[in-house]
Design a protein around this ligand. Structure first.
Ligand code: 3NM
Length: 205
């Protein structure tokens, strides 16, 4: 499968996103329901200590391996190595992608790009895909101002072949607009992690 196709239903989760449910159970259900790629993002309030992060990461990594779902780690390069992840996703303030590429010549590298200034600063030659957002207002990153569907359209116009995934405030109701604007896929946290019926939501996405 091409990376563009792999990005179609991109599920992101850490223990802090799961409420009372077990992350392992949510991931299994999401995979059964049809997600195409997974990112482990243990970050922010309620996230685990280093040791627990590694242990949960190992369990989630194994679930992805069993089901042939690419396993991406957010930002934490030590964890990428420890878990032998398939890829890593970094933001504008994380390790520069040129350095990440030197460390991991064969892994998938994703980079968040939210505007033209960030785009100009970014070394796209080291990147396999771009995360564009937040497309809509989201409680998961409440401080970041939404960039709207316009940013997806702009990025697509400037880079017709670039694999792009929209992120931020995406639900089963607005995912279609993100794809129509030019994204190859939609990345979601709460839409799936907090869904009462994961199967139905993943299907609609
Ligand atoms: N990154 P939800 S928005 C992790 O814009 C993340 O780069 C964003 O969570 C960005 O699907 C975001 O619950 C939060 O809105 C996505």
């Amino acid at each position: 499968m091409t990376l563009k196709k792999r990005l179609r239903k991109y599920f992101i989760m850490g223990s802090q996103d799961c409420g009372k449910r077990k992350p392992e159970d949510i991931l299994r259900e999401a995979i059964r329901s049809g997600i195409t790629i997974f990112q482990y993002r243990e970050k922010g309030e309620g996230s685990l200590s280093e040791k627990d992060q590694l242990e949960l990461g190992q369990r989630l990594r194994n679930i992805c391996s069993e089901h042939h779902i690419p396993f991406i780690v957010n930002d934490n390069l030590t964890l990428v190595k420890q878990l032998d992840a398939d890829g890593v996703h970094v933001g504008q303030n994380d390790t520069p992608v040129s350095i990440v590429r030197d460390m991991f010549p064969d892994k998938i590298i994703g980079l968040s790009i939210s505007n033209k200034v960030e785009l100009e600063q970014s070394s796209l030659e080291h990147v396999n895909y771009v995360g564009a957002g937040p497309v809509f207002q989201t409680m998961t990153k409440p401080d970041k101002k939404p960039v709207g569907l316009e940013w997806i359209k702009t990025l697509r116009d400037l880079h017709p072949k670039l694999p792009i995934v929209g992120i931020g405030g995406i639900t089963s109701h607005n995912a279609g607009q993100v794809l129509e604007a030019g994204a190859d896929g939609v990345a979601v946290i709460s839409a799936i992690a907090q869904a009462r019926d994961i199967h139905s939501i993943v299907n609609k996405l």
